[in-house]
Design a binder for this molecule. Structure first.
Ligand SMILES: Cc1cc2nc3c(=O)[nH]c(=O)nc-3n(C[C@H](O)[C@H](O)[C@H](O)COP(=O)(O)OP(=O)(O)OC[C@H]3O[C@@H](n4cnc5c(N)ncnc54)[C@H](O)[C@@H]3O)c2cc1C
Length: 265
């Protein structure tokens, strides 16, 4: 995953919380809302602010790694298998403070393996209120140069929470295009976006094309970016790497492209 260390907190903080509620918000998304007093200290930057999500794999108590500066992975691996929590990357889909407490929404893509909801999706669909979780703050990836004239945002469903957050927080006079591929028509959502940004939704529906193929086709069909455009391409790893290649071929300098493989098919 391409990350920009400059935008990551030097001393990322771990926040513990509890599941408050979960809800199916569209055919392919489960929203898990977590809350706690600690979360009220979370320094939310909006945009695509992301974090590592930890929760116990079974009925065990939540054991967390020690975080020293940006180091935590070795400590995570040193937790015995049976106590090591699940860990995956997610985006802040919503954040609200209420006095001493705060709530944070996580929009989890429901993905199935052999008919079963697996990984975080399985947890999101069944998580009970008061279940323990923790998040480790990782900052934002979105990093447009100051002289950016227009924006190009490309994502599959895993990047929808990131692109939604970016659209919400772009300057009101921003111009550009967002291409968002989702599994189904029912996953198309209201987004708050500047009037000058065209949002193109690409539901795959029953098609058996690989995730990201529609978004890549759409990217290939739009007008070439200018030398001062900025592109943000995230989602399945082929979408991210091929998207970057397409933009490089079209002449966009590499420092004007943020790309990140959010998952691998
Ligand atoms: C910065 C960042 C932010 C992210 N934000 C979000 C977010 O807000 N919401 C979100 O849903 N995801 C988000 N992701 C992607 C998420 O981290 C991955 O999808 C992750 O693999 C899910 O973990 P898991 O344990 O469910 O699956 P894993 O254990 O990683 O994988 C198990 C199986 O599930 C498959 N799989 C994993 N993800 C998907 C998927 N999305 N669709 C279909 N199959 C899949 C894998 O190919 C594998 O076969 C983000 C990733 C990054 C790097």
């Amino acid at each position: 995953m391409a990350t920009n260390p400059r935008l990551m907190p030097d001393e990322p903080r771990m926040f513990t919380a509890e599941v408050v509620r979960t809800a199916r918000i569209s055919p392919s998304f489960q929203r898990v809302t977590i809350g706690s007093a600690q979360l009220a200290e979370f320094d939310w930057h909006g945009l695509d602010h992301w974090f590592r999500l930890f929760f116990p794999r079974s009925d065990t108590a939540l054991r967390l790694p020690e975080v020293r500066g940006r180091l935590w992975w070795k400590s995570y691996l040193s937790i015995p298998d049976e106590h090591r929590p699940h860990c995956s990357n997610y985006t802040v889909a919503g954040y609200r403070r209420f006095g001493e407490d705060a709530e944070l929404d996580i929009d989890v893509v429901l993905h199935w393996h052999q008919g079963q909801l697996t990984g975080v999706a399985g947890w999101a669909a069944t998580a009970q209120p008061a279940s323990a979780v923790a998040i480790l703050d990782q900052g934002v990836l979105f990093d447009p140069p100051r002289d950016t004239t227009d924006y190009l945002l490309v994502a599959d469903e895993s990047g929808l929470p990131a692109v939604r957050g970016i659209l919400r927080d772009l300057p009101p006079d921003a111009i550009g295009t967002a291409i968002i591929e989702v599994p189904a028509h029912g996953d198309v959502r209201d987004v708050q976006a500047p009037a000058g940004v065209t949002v193109r939704w690409l539901p795959r529906e029953a098609s058996d094309q690989p995730v990201g193929a529609g978004a890549l086709r759409a990217l290939n069909s739009i007008e070439a970016p200018s030398q001062a455009s900025y592109a943000f391409v995230v989602g399945e790893s082929t979408l991210a790497t091929e998207g970057r290649r397409t933009l490089r071929r079209a002449g966009l300098p590499k420092e004007r492209i943020t790309f990140s493989g959010f998952w691998r098919a």
